[in-house]
Design a protein around this ligand. Structure first.
Ligand code: F6P
Length: 542
């Protein structure tokens, strides 16, 4: 049962944070650095192979101490424990939240309804590994006896974004003679383009859906099934070309996939937290079970750090505090995630669902409308591309956009001096954002008077810098777990339920109603005048 809690702004610790903000709001990062010559090495933390420098923020030790006090008043430690031990913390859906069990590499017992989940978790991992090795080695044959060279993952949201992101991120570890494609959009174009050069004899479809009822995924899966049967001329081909990943065995078998070819997971795995469940199958097919295991090791290392470290030395908690500092006190509505690694091109898109579907809520756990800002907007692109697109606004615009920079010491592709050039930009950007360039400096360069203010950089734009030696399965796992736990901490502090997503329902229901209307030429439209007009226009022109 949800415990009573006063609204956040009534917390004594929140009031202290507000008073502290009044003192801090005009401080600059430059001043803070001037006051402490060791700041750049002291405001750092290492965990699970990741190094975080959070010195280029408008914070002091006191800021973090006050956040720790706030987290204590909000019972964060208890909330962490409740998640890791399988309490029903997803109260609106009546579920435990145990993605951490999926990478619980020391097999510590985790009970759900009195039953240890670890034997089932390990059994699914073994069957995924067995299946992946059979496909990778060519032992698994298509209907006509040929080995698989193309895998199409059909899924959306959490059943797509994690696998695509991790597949892209870990490409250097992947078996290049198996091509992976991901189809998510219900727009027929997505499937049509995926099938355009696919050979039905050598293509395997993974239908990935936690519920196995999602309109987009089911529509795409039916289309793929019809395509395969049409091309191979035999319905029996489905067995060798379709596997399912789901929690819903009944719907899987209704669809016509033998449940022997289904990899299961459990309702205590949220869609956006499901990459380390069977939903990660396409990633395992690409990189192999051993590397997949290493990715789980990385997740686990960060899970342990999070569960066991004091809040002041806890990387996810620190990131959560710093994020809230800007979101809730400085009024920053968004933050940018900027990986300096092309392989991380889908990372911010993945984080968008993780953060925005989790904490984009306005009702608190007691059912009241919240009294503070909740989840921020997440966005971003890999550097250096972003530099030539939107960094202008971050440097000189009127909005405060805190940024997370992510970089690696070693590149997987040692092409001449590319990596040094990439990393030179990486370091230059956070320096420029923090310290800017004063009008005096601009004037001293002999700049025309009328251009001085245009060429001045105010600085004081906060950044976190995260570095790891190399983008490996372990570092990727640790990085994802870091953000998962950061989002978790913020959800606890915002006092919202982070593991439901009721906000996606209304649009889905309305779409089904409108679909009927689009298919029935005599339908009486009863929407608002704008929606009626748009539907009529579409129907007249389609
Ligand atoms: O519509 C949102 C959502 O429910 C996400 O939370 C989820 O990841 C996605 O749809 C896909 O759901 P499923 O895996 O059940 O197809």
């Amino acid at each position: 049962m949800t415990q009573e809690r006063v609204k956040t702004t009534e917390f004594a610790s929140w009031k202290n944070l507000e008073a502290h903000y009044a003192n801090m709001q005009d401080k600059t990062i430059a001043e803070l650095f001037k006051a402490d010559s060791k700041r750049g090495s002291e405001l750092t933390i290492e965990a699970a192979g990741l190094f975080l420098d959070y010195s280029k923020n408008i914070i002091t030790d006191e800021t973090l101490d006050l956040f720790v006090k706030f987290a204590e008043e909000a019972n964060l430690k208890q909330a962490i424990d409740d998640m890791f031990t399988g309490k029903i913390i997803n109260e609106t859906e009546g579920r435990a939240v145990l993605h951490t069990a999926l990478r619980n590499r020391n097999n510590r017992e985790i009970l759900v309804d009195g039953k240890d989940v670890m034997p089932d978790v390990n059994a699914v991992l073994d069957s995924l590994a067995d299946f992946s090795e059979r496909v990778r080695s060519g032992q698994w044959k298509g209907f006509t006896g040929k080995k698989i060279d193309t895998v199409v993952n059909i899924g959306i949201g959490g059943s797509d974004l994690g696998p695509v992101m991790a597949y892209e991120a870990l490409k250097p570890y992947s078996k290049r003679d198996i091509k992976l494609k991901f189809v998510s959009n219900i727009d027929g174009t997505h499937m049509a383009e995926a099938l355009i050069d696919a050979d039905p004899e050598t293509t395997l479809f993974i239908v990935a859906s936690k519920t196995f009822t999602t309109l987009e995924t089911m529509t795409n899966a039916m289309t793929a099934r019809a395509w395969l049967i049409d091309k191979l001329g035999n319905e029996d081909a489905v067995e060798k070309h379709f596997v399912a990943v789901s929690t819903n065995a009944e719907e899987v078998s209704k669809f016509g996939i033998d449940t022997a070819n289904m990899f299961g997971f459990w309702e205590w795995v949220g869609g956006r937290y499901s990459l380390t469940s069977a939903i990660g199958l396409p990633v395992m097919l690409a990189i192999g079970s051993e590397n997949f295991g290493k990715m789980l090791d990385g997740f686990f290392a960060m899970d342990r750090h999070f569960a066991e470290s004091e809040l002041k030395n806890n990387m996810p908690a620190l990131m959560a505090f710093i994020g809230m500092w800007y979101n809730n006190f400085f009024g920053a509505g968004s933050y940018a995630v900027l990986p300096y690694d092309q392989y991380m091109s889908r990372f911010s898109a993945y984080l968008q669902q993780m953060d925005m579907e989790s904490n984009g809520k306005r009702t608190d756990k007691q059912g009241r409308i919240v009294d503070i800002q909740t989840g921020p907007i997440v966005w971003g692109e890999p550097g250096t591309n972003g530099q030539h697109a939107f960094y202008q606004l971050i440097h000189q615009g009127t909005k405060l956009i805190p940024c997370d920079f992510i970089g690696f010491s070693k590149s997987h592709n040692k092409l001449s001096d590319h990596h040094d050039k990439l990393m030179a930009n990486f370091f230059a950007q956070t320096e420029a954002l923090a310290f800017g360039k004063s009008s005096e400096e601009v004037a001293a360069e002999g700049t025309k008077e009328s251009l001085i203010s245009h060429k001045t950089f105010p600085g004081n734009r906060p950044t976190n810098t995260m570095m790891a030696e190399e983008l490996t399965p372990e570092t990727l796992g640790a990085l994802i777990a870091l953000y998962e736990h950061k989002v978790f901490v913020q959800g606890v502090l915002f006092n919202v339920f982070s593991f439901d997503q009721w906000g996606v329902q209304l649009g889905k229901v309305l779409a089904m109603k409108i679909l009927d209307e689009l298919e029935d030429t005599n339908a009486q439209l009863s929407h608002d005048s704008s929606t009626n007009n748009l539907i009529e226009r579409y129907c007249a022109n389609k």
